[in-house]
Ligand binder design. Structure first.
Ligand code: FAD
Length: 167
C-alpha cells in the first residue's frame, strides 16, 4: 500500500524553530518545543526522525496509545512547570493497537514503537474487528463520563507491562 507523504498543517508550516521542513512540530523528550517553550505537541503533528534509510522514504507511524502516552507526559510536565519546577516526564511511545480491516484486523504491541524494541507481538483474525467494535463502545462511554483512564484500565495495562510514562 502506498500513501501520499504526510505533512504538517499550513497554520504552523514554515515557522523557524517550530517545525521541520515537512511542517511537523519539533519537540524534546518532554514533548516541548525547544524554541518556543510554551508550545507542547503530541500526536501526528510531532516530528519523528525516520528510524533508518529505506529505498522509498517512509515516515514513522503514530498510533493512538502512543499519542495517549504523549499527552500524559505533557499533562504531568505542565503540572511541574506550574509548580515552578523543570519538566521530568517522558512518554513511553509504546504502541498497543487494534488495526481494523472491516471484517478482520491485526492486533499488535510494539514496545517502544520506535526500534530497538523490547516487545514485538502481533496477531490477526476476525476477533480483532470485534475487539475494535467493543473498544470503541468502551472508549466513548468512558469519555462521555469524563474519565480518561479509569483505575481498572490502568491496572489491566500495567498487568500487560504497558505504561504511558517512563519510570
Ligand atoms: C486510516 C487510518 C487508520 C488508523 N488506524 C488506527 C488504529 O487502528 N489504531 C490506532 O491506534 N491508530 C490508528 N491510526 C492513527 C491514529 O488515528 C492517529 O494517529 C490519531 O488519530 C492522531 O490523533 P491526533 O489528535 O494527533 O490528530 P487528528 O486525529 O488528525 O486530529 C487533528 C485535528 O486537528 C484539526 N485541524 C487541522 N488543522 C487545523 C487548524 N488549522 N485549526 C484547527 N484544527 C485543525 C483536524 O481537523 C483534526 O480534527 C490510524 C490513522 C489512519 C489515517
Amino acid at each position: 500500500m502506498m500513501l501520499p507523504a504526510f505533512r504538517g498543517v499550513e497554520a504552523v508550516r514554515g515557522i523557524e524553530g517550530l517545525t521541520n521542513p515537512r511542517g511537523f512540530i519539533i519537540v524534546d523528550k518532554h514533548q516541548r518545543n525547544p524554541t518556543f517553550p510554551n508550545v507542547f505537541a503530541l500526536g501526528v503533528c510531532v516530528a519523528i526522525a525516520p528510524t533508518g534509510k529505506t529505498a522509498v522514504p517512509v515516515g514513522v507511524p503514530k498510533t493512538g496509545f502512543m499519542i495517549e502516552s504523549m499527552v500524559t507526559a505533557i499533562a504531568h510536565n505542565m503540572d511541574e512547570i506550574l509548580a515552578g519546577q523543570s519538566p521530568t516526564h517522558e512518554a513511553t511511545w509504546n504502541a498497543f493497537c487494534l488495526a481494523d480491516f472491516g471484517d478482520g484486523g491485526v492486533a499488535f504491541v510494539a514496545q517502544p514503537q520506535i526500534p530497538p524494541r523490547n516487545v514485538n507481538w502481533s496477531a490477526e483474525g476476525k476477533w480483532v474487528h470485534l475487539a475494535k467494535v467493543g473498544f470503541e463502545k468502551y472508549f466513548l462511554s468512558k469519555v462521555k463520563r469524563g474519565e480518561s483512564e479509569p483505575f481498572y484500565e490502568r491496572l489491566a495495562l500495567e498487568a500487560m507491562g504497558l505504561k504511558k510514562i517512563k519510570d
